[in-house]
Design a protein around this ligand. Structure first.
Ligand SMILES: Nc1ncnc2c1ncn2[C@@H]1O[C@H](COP(=O)(O)OP(=O)(O)O)[C@@H](O)[C@H]1O
Ligand SMILES: [Mg+2]
Length: 450
């Protein structure tokens, strides 16, 4: 047995030195809590060291509560907390951090994970591997002039959308629907069956029970494995609900920058707008349309424009759900969103009640890249199927009432004859996937290729 000579002390690596340096206490700048009004914390002190969107950590009894500066009034900064303010007193210190209130460092290891609006894991599966690059929550969209055009069709695995409402890589669409018409099931089908490389799903303002149902029953283990899910439930502070939407885009941007085709979905953009409204009202903004504040309508495009083609290979194709209760499609958020996106998919309760899922009304939905994105060979098929749907829809009431007499119109007779097959085509079970090619072939068979 030979004895090793005593090891020479190796000099510390640069990385270790850097890490040590980062731990060194520097001067701390802090103000003090002087008032709490509803959701708002007012902080006095070195206000000029604080900036809009910057972070403050308020010291509560149970530790530091991260807050974001959302405004200033007189000699005070107005901040909103990311957590409960329980136990915070007047005079508590509020430490000024030299960073934006939110940023994440996503990595490949985030696939299959569920995170919150601060980028922390909430699935009990241990720490998240951090990537080398910092993605700020409120990134700017890529410059319009440097962006690529919307790419080739993206197979979503759902035949109704694939054939009638083809979506291209980098396209952004809205899904307009009320509650309980099948949004969650549809999003989970898209996440599982799309040909995109990664799905990033933001669940904003849902109830906790719905989140679990979505993860376990709809998405399932296989769907989750190719997804990153960002969650802020309805009981979380407004800032968390709003930022969950930002984080969803930040994570999508990371995968896009890796060259991936990303499918980004946010359910729902309405709840994001509501969270922004609550923040705006707390900061003293005037309510305008339906109580929504002006920043809601400036934040919506800033968020939605971040999806789309990038400047490199990767793309973010996006679907944002918009809640339309009682068929009020002219509600201000729906209106604003429709103006920004490249198409909309309308889901209807009446169709869901008939038992046809996904309950998409094809005639009321449009993809603005059609017909350019459609294989010219299939254009006649789509046109013909749409015509049959339109003819049937015009006569539907009469047919249902039995007031239409067969033989009165050859066109209507044909529509009546074809409708059961088209309805069956539009319906799709949640465990079933259909590619673009298969979808067109099947539709062509139903309506006849001419
Ligand atoms: N593709 C489908 N096949 C069969 N049933 C469906 C389908 N999509 C939705 N459903 C039914 O509709 C219900 C509500 O769907 P869900 O996605 O939770 O609605 P939302 O998210 O819009 O509130 C589901 O529990 C399920 O019974
Ligand atoms: Mg749902």
């Amino acid at each position: 047995m030979s004895q090793n000579p005593p090891a020479k002390p190796t000099p510390p690596s640069l990385a270790t030195l850097r890490a040590a340096l980062e731990r060194v206490e520097t001067v701390e700048t802090y103000g003090r809590v002087v008032a709490i009004r509803g959701l708002l914390v007012e902080v006095a002190g070195p206000v000029s060291a604080m900036r809009l969107g910057g972070r403050l950590d308020v010291e509560g009894v149970a530790g530091l509560i991260p807050c974001e500066v959302i405004g200033f009034q007189g000699e005070r900064a107005l901040a909103m907390p990311f957590g409960s303010l329980e136990g915070v007193r007047r005079g508590c210190p509020a430490f000024v951090r030299d960073e934006a209130a939110g940023a994440v460092r996503p990595s490949q290891g985030w696939l299959g994970r569920v995170i919150d609006a601060l980028g922390r894991p909430v699935d009990g599966l241990g720490p998240l591997p951090q990537g080398p690059e910092i993605y700020p929550l409120r990134a700017d969209p890529p410059p319009a002039h440097a962006r690529r055009r919307v790419g080739t069709p993206l197979d979503l695995g759902v035949r109704c959308i694939n054939t009638f409402l083809t979506m291209c890589a980098g396209q952004r669409m809205g899904i307009f629907a009320g509650s309980g018409v099948g949004k969650s099931v549809l999003l989970s089908m898209l996440a599982r069956y799309t040909a995109a490389d990664v799905a990033v799903i933001g669940l904003v303002g849902e109830r906790g029970r719905e989140v679990q149902e979505f993860l376990q029953d709809d998405l399932g283990a296989a769907g989750l494995a190719r997804s990153v899910v960002v969650v802020a439930t309805s009981d979380e502070p407004a800032l968390m609900r709003r930022n969950a939407a930002y984080v969803t885009l930040s994570v999508a941007e990371h995968f896009r920058d890796q060259g991936a085709r990303v499918l980004c979905m946010i359910d729902s953009i309405t709840r994001f707008a509501m969270a922004q409204r609550d923040i705006g009202l707390a900061a003293g903004e005037p309510p305008t349309a339906k109580g929504y504040t002006p920043t809601v309508f400036s934040e919506l495009p800033r968020l939605l424009e971040r999806a789309g083609p990038g400047v490199g290979e990767g793309t973010i194709s996006a679907l944002f759900t918009v809640l339309v209760e009682g068929d009020d499609h002219n509600e201000p958020v729906a209106d604003a969103v429709r103006g920004i996106l490249d198409g909309h998919i309308v889901m209807e309760r009446a169709i869901a009640e008939r038992g046809r899922y996904p309950a998409i009304n094809v005639l009321r939905s449009v993809s603005r890249t059609m017909p350019r994105s459609c294989d010219p060979a299939f254009l006649p098929v789509v046109r013909r199927a749409r015509r049959v749907l339109a003819t049937y829809s015009d006569m539907e009431e009469l047919i249902r009432l039995g007031a239409y007499r067969a033989g009165s119109s050859a066109e209507v007779d044909e529509a009546v004859a074809l409708m059961p097959d088209i309805e069956a085509f539009l319906g799709q079970g949640k465990e079933e996937a259909t590619s673009i090619g298969e979808g067109y072939a099947r539709l062509a068979q139903i309506v006849g290729a001419g």
